[in-house]
Design a protein around this ligand. Structure first.
Ligand SMILES: NC(=O)c1ccc[n+]([C@@H]2O[C@H](COP(=O)([O-])OP(=O)(O)OC[C@H]3O[C@@H](n4cnc5c(N)ncnc54)[C@H](OP(=O)(O)O)[C@@H]3O)[C@@H](O)[C@H]2O)c1
Length: 250
């Protein structure tokens, strides 16, 4: 059995990732991380009714006590974690352009989009280490690509904080990968880290104005997790656009 935890699995891309992984990884039990036990129970009931092998977990990524409790629950139930998909995220919208408002908006946004997935990952490392092959996917965005931004390849950004958070999340992913390389002598014992961009998906995140169905957005995560060990190098950044599964430049 492959134990997969997807944070923010109750709706949007996270929900699509849960459904996609249940069908694409035949031996998977996908744990649906949600902000509360009640939301997790509702999600699990809905997904089990579709015949999917899922479990629920209360996990508010911005709350350290919740992270600790989630680690202890997964440890008690499964004894390890095989895959962590850091998907949960929210973009607070500033109420004005006043400096104080922007400062607090950036602090709140970076806490959710950067610090929290980093801390969730750090907290789950001991359980990922107990897996035969621990894997972590940071759900990022191509908007975090410095190269594409510098080339004016992206539409103008409404929230610089968002783009900056994901560029920094990509770097945090590389820092995790580098720690593995430096501290774990054998490749076979190392946890693999990837960043993945789902593309512009129709979710509550963007007022359902995205161009892709969330299930199409989930495809990049499925492709990474369907790969054989060492086939896709740790510390790389991927997308699946127009049927092409490809690396995104930093
Ligand atoms: N949509 C896009 O076009 C797009 C493009 C590139 C990348 N992404 C990334 O994809 C990920 C998912 O976005 P989405 O479009 O699916 O957004 P969404 O529909 O708004 O869903 C966000 C999910 O994250 C959860 N969440 C937010 N803050 C949380 C917290 N503090 N603790 C636990 N869960 C929390 C939400 O839970 P609640 O239901 O309780 O609020 C919800 O399940 C994000 O990381 C986003 O940056 C999205």
């Amino acid at each position: 059995m492959t134990v997969v935890l997807a944070t923010g699995g109750n709706r949007g891309i996270g929900h699509a990732i849960v459904r996609s992984l249940c069908s694409r990884i035949p031996d998977a039990t996908v744990v649906v991380g949600c902000r509360s036990r009640e939301i997790a129970a509702e999600s699990v009931e809905e997904l089990r009714a579709q015949g999917l092998r899922v479990d629920g977990l209360a996990l508010t990524i911005t709350d350290d006590a919740s992270i600790r409790e989630a680690v202890s629950t997964v440890e008690g139930k499964y004894g390890r974690l095989d895959v962590l998909v850091n998907n949960a995220g929210a973009v607070p919208v500033p109420k004005s352009q006043e400096l104080e408002e922007l400062r607090s908006n950036w602090a709140e946004g970076l806490d959710c989009l950067l610090t929290s997935p980093m801390l969730v990952t750090k907290a789950f490392i001991p359980l990922l280490r107990k897996s035969e092959w621990g894997r972590v996917i940071m759900v990022s965005t191509a908007r975090g690509s410095l190269t594409r931004n510098r080339a004016l390849d992206m539409p103008p950004s409404q929230h610089w904080m968002y783009d900056c958070s994901k560029a920094a999340l990509n770097l945090a992913m590389i820092e995790f990968r580098n720690s593995e390389v430096r501290e774990i002598p054998q490749e076979k014992d190392r946890i693999t880290f990837w960043a993945a961009s789902p593309g512009h998906c129709r979710t509550g995140f963007n007022g359902f104005r995205g161009t892709k169905d969330p299930l199409e957005g989930a495809e990049v995560v499925s492709r990474l997790l369907a790969s054989r060990r060492a086939e896709i190098p740790s510390g790389t950044f991927w997308e699946c656009e127009y049927g092409n599964f490809q690396q995104i430049p930093w």
